[in-house]
Every structure is written in C-alpha cells, then in structure tokens.
Design a protein around this ligand. Structure first.
Ligand code: ASP
Ligand code: MG
Length: 423
C-alpha cells in the first residue's frame, strides 16, 4: 500500500488535475490519495469565514459564490460529462450556504472549520469523478467519517485509537475487496459530535502521515512543484541544490527553523513506523526527488533558511532579579496567552531576548502585558537567518550588508538576527 499526497498547486487547473490523475492511475498497488483544496481555495474560504463572522452575510455569500463558480467551471473543463460531479458538489455548497444564513453565536474558530473544510471536499469530489472517467477502480471517502479529533477548532488533535478502528473498517476492507485507489481529503477531520475540524494550515501532509502510519504504508509520496527538497529557496538563492537524501531528524530540524519543506507534524508518525517519505515533482515524475528515512544522509550541503518579518523583544527585569526562574516562567505564560513561539532566545543575568514572527498585534499585546513587570523594548523589522551545516565563508557572505543583532551557534547550526544597514 502506498500513500500519495497532492497539494493545492498540483490541482490548480484542469491540466494539473489530469496530470495528478495520470500519476495516480499508473500505480500498480493499493493507493490511498490525500488531496488538498484547489490552488488558493483555503485562503478564499478564510475570507468567507471572516466576512460571516464580521456579520457581513452578503459579502460572505458573494465570496463563497466565486468559489462555487470556480469549482463548477473546473468540472466543465475537466470532465466529459460534468453533471454528475456538479450534482455531487451541491450538498457541500448547500452545507456552507445554510451556515452563512445563520448569525454567529459560537467561536470564530468553530465557524472557520465548518466553512473552510469544504475546500478539500470539493477538490476530492472532482478528482474522484475524473478518476471514474479514466475507468480507475476508485472510492471517495469523506475523511470526517474516519479521522476523529478533539474540538480544538483550527488546530484539532487526532484521536489515534478511534481513527485506527475506522481506518481498518473503511480503508483496509476496501483495499482487501479489490479497490485500487481511495481518494480522500487532507487537513480536515471531525469531532465525536460530527462537527468538522481542521488540523492547522498546510495540514494535508500530516493527514497523509496519519493514514500511512495506520495502514502501514510502504511509503508516502508528497507531490510538489519543486524538483526535490532544496538546500535553500531557489527563488532567492540560485545556487541552491536538490538534496537527494535526508533523514527524519534533519527534516524535523529544518522544519523547526522555518524551512517550508513539509508540515512539521508529518515526520513523527512516519518515523515511528519507519515509513520513508518521498518528495517528488509532479511536473516531472521521472526526477528522483528526495527520500527521507531513518538512514544517515551522509554529508549535507549548507541548508539556508530565511525568515523575514521578525521582531526582537528584550525583556529586562525591573528590580534586577535574575530572569531565570520565576520571571522566565511568567514570560512563558505570556507567550502562551498570546500564542507566540520564539524562534530564538538568549538569556543574560537579568534579561531575556526573544525573536518572534512579527504579528504586530500579538507582539504589541505581549509587550504591554510584560511591561507590568519588565522593561520591554521591541526592535523591528528584522530578519532571521539560519544556516545548518554552515561554514564561515557562507555565513560572512549571507550577512554582508546587515548588522548582526544576535548570533547563536552550535556545531551544526548558526542563527543570526539581522537588521538592514541604512545607507
Ligand atoms: N488546504 C489547506 C491549506 O491550504 C491544507 C493543505 O494545503 O495542506 O492550508
Ligand atoms: Mg497546500
């Protein structure tokens, strides 16, 4: 059994849908396919949820109508006889439209999930109907009947035990009775009360890993528009190279430092069962891509990760008490409350320096919260540069033209908070 995951870019238009379907139907063993929403549909659905929650029903419906039309149009461009597929899309449209006629009485996150989950339901319905036209032996599953989660809307936690039971019933039995391809949704799940949930943005990779773990897949393949996992963003660094082999640990580290390779939660379920993860290019499936497994990857090239829009917050204890201990504890509580995580932290005796993604509202709220106990200064805008497997020469080259505000090194990683030098 194999698991494939197709992201939004791989089903951006009818041509890409066809290309992804060709990749699927060539597989000669049972295949579970996890698919994201088409292109930027999730962003567009977020805008629907926002308008609805702000009380602007008309705007929400107008925005939703555009999403509806784009899927109906796609059905027309993709399918020889689109009517059946369009009929199958309608219940999902109706579900959202009904909700949009209500007045919000629950949390934003709850409504967000009820609305945003529709993107994956629509895209997979279209793919399923196209696979049928190709005569594939295929089944479409509503993943909300399989992946059970808690009710932490927008960041739901999977109930592994229940999900496992459902996978044995709904997935394994179908493979055993000869189904070739099972098509289902990434990113979404449901609570025990059948409320839809989402697993966090870009969560489809994680869904693929959950399935792979529970069906003991031979591998998971994530189909992307890049040739492989690259040593840096090729748009920013023309010298970046494809990395043919990585281990789980390296990928977790890369994701932690902000490389947008794979959703960070994806690795653990795979590592636990030693299931290799392949990153391949849907534009050219003959390219080798990247293999991620438990074996030692050998010498890796320097891996460059840039994060823009950073804020450096300096907390200094006002009464000169050491920051380690109670003050640091208090600060961690504030971080939790504001839902911020530091990308780099450094202690001195009476102060703590933390670099955060600069969501100005959150950071300013954090600063004023902490100002009751600490002297707080915020420096922005900054960049955070991380180089894994660095060498001095590269570090020098990449920090040229910047002032280094904070630097932190271990034997394999260097991180610098950088400010542009005003000329
Ligand atoms: N469609 C969702 C998103 O854009 C999930 C995913 O793509 O993995 O975040
Ligand atoms: Mg995506």
């Amino acid at each position: 059994m194999l698991v494939y995951k197709f992201g939004g870019a791989s089903i951006q238009n009818a041509e890409r849908f066809k290309n992804a379907a060709q990749i699927m139907v060539q597989v000669k063993e049972p295949l579970l396919v996890v698919i994201s929403a088409m292109d930027k549909t999730t962003n567009a659905l977020e805008k629907v949820a926002e308008a609805f929650f702000n009380g602007d029903k008309d705007l929400a419906l107008e925005r939703f109508n555009l999403i509806k039309q784009s899927h109906i149009q796609l059905a027309g461009a993709l399918l020889q006889s689109p009517q059946k597929a369009v009929d199958a899309l309608h219940p999902f449209f109706t579900e959202v439209e009904w909700l949009l006629h209500d007045t919000p009485v629950r949390s934003y996150d709850y409504y967000y999930d009820q609305i945003v989950c529709c993107g994956e339901l629509l895209s997979t319905t279209l793919m399923y109907h196209y696979a049928l036209e190709l005569n594939a032996s295929t089944v479409w599953l509503d993943v909300r009947d399989i992946i059970r989660t808690d009710n932490t809307f927008r960041d739901a936690v999977v109930d592994w035990q229940y999900t496992n039971t459902r996978i044995q019933q709904a997935v394994m039995s179908r493979f055993q009775s000869g189904t070739g391809i099972i098509i289902t949704q990434g990113f979404i799940g449901a609570t025990d009360e059948n409320e839809s949930t989402t697993l966090g943005r870009e969560g489809s990779d994680y869904t693929a890993a959950v399935f792979a773990h529970l069906i003991q897949a031979a591998s998971v393949t994530i189909w992307k528009d890049v040739e492989a996992v690259m040593s840096a963003d090729p748009r920013l660094y023309p010298d970046s190279v494809a990395i043919p082999h990585l281990n789980y640990l390296e990928v977790i580290e890369m994701a932690y430092y902000g490389a947008q390779v794979i959703h960070p939660k994806t690795i653990k379920p795979l590592q636990n069962k030693n299931i290799p993860l392949l990153v391949k290019c849907f534009l050219n499936p003959t390219l080798p891509g990247t293999r991620i497994d438990a074996t030692h990857p050998g010498k890796l090239p320097p891996v460059i990760i840039h994060k823009n829009h950073q804020a450096l917050v300096h907390f200094q204890s006002r009464d000169f008490s050491f920051v380690e201990g109670a003050p640091a504890h208090l600060l961690r509580e504030y971080f939790e409350l504001q839902k911020v995580k530091s990308n780099l932290a450094q202690h001195t005796a009476i102060s703590l320096l933390c670099c955060f993604d600069d969501h100005p509202q959150k950071i300013d709220a954090l600063a004023s919260m902490a100002a009751t106990t600490f002297d707080v200064t915020v420096q922005r805008p900054l960049k955070l540069l991380t180089i894994r497997h660095y060498n001095q020469e590269l570090l020098q080259q990449l920090t040229e033209g910047y002032k280094i505000i904070v630097e932190q090194r271990t034997t394999d990683t260097v991180q610098c908070v950088l400010a542009e030098i005003n000329r």
